[in-house]
Design a protein around this ligand. Structure first.
Ligand code: HEM
Length: 511
């Protein structure tokens, strides 16, 4: 073959081949993100396109250390860390955060980024990120519907906690905290997602949890391999997740059928203010002419479980560990809970008045957050107000864990101070900026800007009820020689020790 070219061309075939290889390499290099991001300093390894793969292995188990190193060197600016599939640019500081907060969706997308992180086309389903219309229910209508649902949510969370504890021994039992937290949270949340009686169905709840685990594990598995392997791995994984979705579909189908029939038969509009996410989605689909696709609706329910239940269960688990580690908080917390519940019962107003409870959980989340939040992919070139330019296609996120431990924002920043946000000057007590749900540049647990977590009001409500119930009714302590368990880290994900146990002792004076 090369001889034939040699006869045709004035240069030898070998030289031609070399030129083609060099030109292709230059083409790929100058089009690569390694080149496009060469002005952004690299942390935790080499900027070299090949060596960065080796550094990306380190990212799997030392991701937060790499981000902390970058934060200390480039605070208020940007740096990049290598992951197996791409560079992640990490930004920090109020100014850059504000730029993101003000940027329109034309420039940057949370969904594009989440879709890649969760490998949704192989796992949860592509549509939940490419057309996330179900998320709108958490922006306005959920908040609107929630105003009628507080009572139901309170009842569900309290009865979930009662049922779960009743099933255990009454006098000093030792249990895996995350198991209890997950069960209470899953029931309380499912009350709004699928309603009664399905929110109490053990098989449905177990399948939802299975879906969450499958999506979490498989997306992380796919993401530790270079992109070229994704379709093969994806094919192996998709079948497993689809099987779980089909099983859950059997539970969602009757809900959809009943609601659709009611709507078709009723001449008047069905009053759906006491509905749930399933019925709100059916209404929306019927009103907008979308097909009622059971597989799609089921995936949207499961996707919602995914974003909500695991984060809330982690927060409740961590809060209970902190309660055992810092028992001096139990008494003032109980005084507050007894006082407001005694005066008003369990309701929206009394929960809002639990400022110490709010602060304790907020402080727990401050220290228990993952390495980054606010993941975005740039859809267009973007220049931050401090002059930093990032090209379209870049993935970036905020250094949340490092921000939360920065002495510039929090005094004794690594110390747990349960009432950090409630022990404030008297004139500031009612200032909403201290609440768990408020978004500030130094508290990034719920992200920031137009895509900040819309479910945070619901999350705070459920978490406060569940935590307050346990504080009021149980003394918690570590088993002998126990201590505050370390968090589990993988890449930038931070989880409480899901195997750690606590002893729960029923208190005599009941609330
Ligand atoms: C402790 C519990 C929770 C935590 C820590 C949490 C955290 C977050 C974070 C960090 C984001 C991304 C924000 C950003 O990038 O700026 C987010 C988005 C989101 N969260 Fe949550 N979340 C929680 C509970 C919930 C709950 C209970 C729901 C639903 C009821 C929910 C629904 C959503 C949705 C739909 C989005 C996407 C928003 C969008 O695309 O604009 N989350 N959440």
């Amino acid at each position: 073959m090369l001889e034939a070219y040699n006869e045709l061309l004035p240069v030898s075939g070998n030289v031609l081949l070399l030129v083609v290889v060099i030109l292709s390499w230059m083409y790929f290099f100058f089009n690569s993100f390694t080149y496009k991001l060469k002005h952004i300093p690299t942390v935790g390894g080499s900027s070299n396109i090949l060596l960065s793969y080796i550094s990306s292995l380190r990212y799997n188990f030392h991701g937060q250390e790499m981000i902390q190193e970058g934060y200390e060197k480039y605070k208020g600016s940007a740096f990049k860390v290598p992951t197996m599939t791409r560079w992640l640019v990490v930004i920090s500081g109020p100014q850059m955060l504000d730029d993101v907060r003000r940027a329109s969706d034309e420039y940057m997308s949370l969904d594009a980024s989440e879709s890649e992180i969760l490998q949704s086309k192989y796992t949860a389903g592509k549509a939940i990120h490419s057309d996330p219309w179900h998320a709108n229910f958490f922006r306005a209508p959920l908040t609107k519907h929630l105003s009628n649902r507080h009572e139901g949510i309170v009842e569900e969370v309290l009865s979930a906690a009662e049922d779960i504890f009743r099933g255990l021994k009454t006098d000093g039992f030792q249990v895996t905290v995350h198991e209890i937290a997950k069960k209470i949270i899953a029931r309380g949340s499912s009350h709004i997602f699928v309603g009664l009686p399905l929110c109490r169905n053990a098989d449905y709840l177990q399948l939802s949890e299975k879906f969450t685990m499958e999506v979490f594990l498989s997306s992380h598995l796919i993401n530790v391999f270079p992109k070229v392997f994704h379709p093969i791995l994806g094919c192996l994984i998709t079948g497993k997740v689809t099987k779980t979705v089909k099983q859950v579909e059997n539970y969602i189908r009757p809900l959809v059928q009943i609601h659709t029939n009611q709507k078709v038969q009723s001449e008047e509009t069905v009053d759906n203010e006491f509905g749930n996410l399933v019925t709100w989605m059916v209404d929306e689909a019927m009103a907008s002419g979308r097909p009622i696709d059971l597989d799609d609706l089921t995936r949207r329910i499961l996707g919602t479980n995914f974003v909500s239940i695991s984060s809330m269960a982690a927060a409740l688990t961590d809060a209970l560990f902190n309660l055992a580690a810092y028992p001096e908080y139990a008494s003032p917390l109980r005084q507050e809970i007894e006082s407001v519940v005694g005066a008003e019962g369990w309701n929206k107003i009394s929960v809002a008045k639990m400022v110490k409870v709010d602060s304790f959980i907020k402080e727990t989340q401050r220290l228990g957050t993952g390495g980054v939040t606010g993941n975005r992919q740039l859809l267009k070139n973007f220049t931050f107000s401090n002059g930093i330019f990032l090209p379209a296609g870049t993935y970036f996120a905020f250094a949340s864990h490092s921000t939360h431990r920065d002495e510039a924002f929090y005094s004794n920043s690594t110390e747990f101070q349960g009432f950090r946000f409630s022990d404030v000057a008297p004139e500031e007590v009612d200032d909403p900026k201290h609440q768990m749900v408020s978004l500030t540049p130094e508290y990034l647990i719920f992200g920031s800007g137009r895509h900040a977590c819309p479910g945070r009001f619901f999350a705070a409500f459920v978490l406060k009820i569940a935590f307050a119930y346990i504080v009021l009714n149980y003394d918690v302590e570590f088993p002998e020689n126990g201590r505050l368990p370390d968090h589990w880290w993988f890449q930038t994900v931070c989880l409480p020790d899901v195997k750690a146990e606590l002893i729960f002792k029923k208190r005599l004076q009941m609330g």
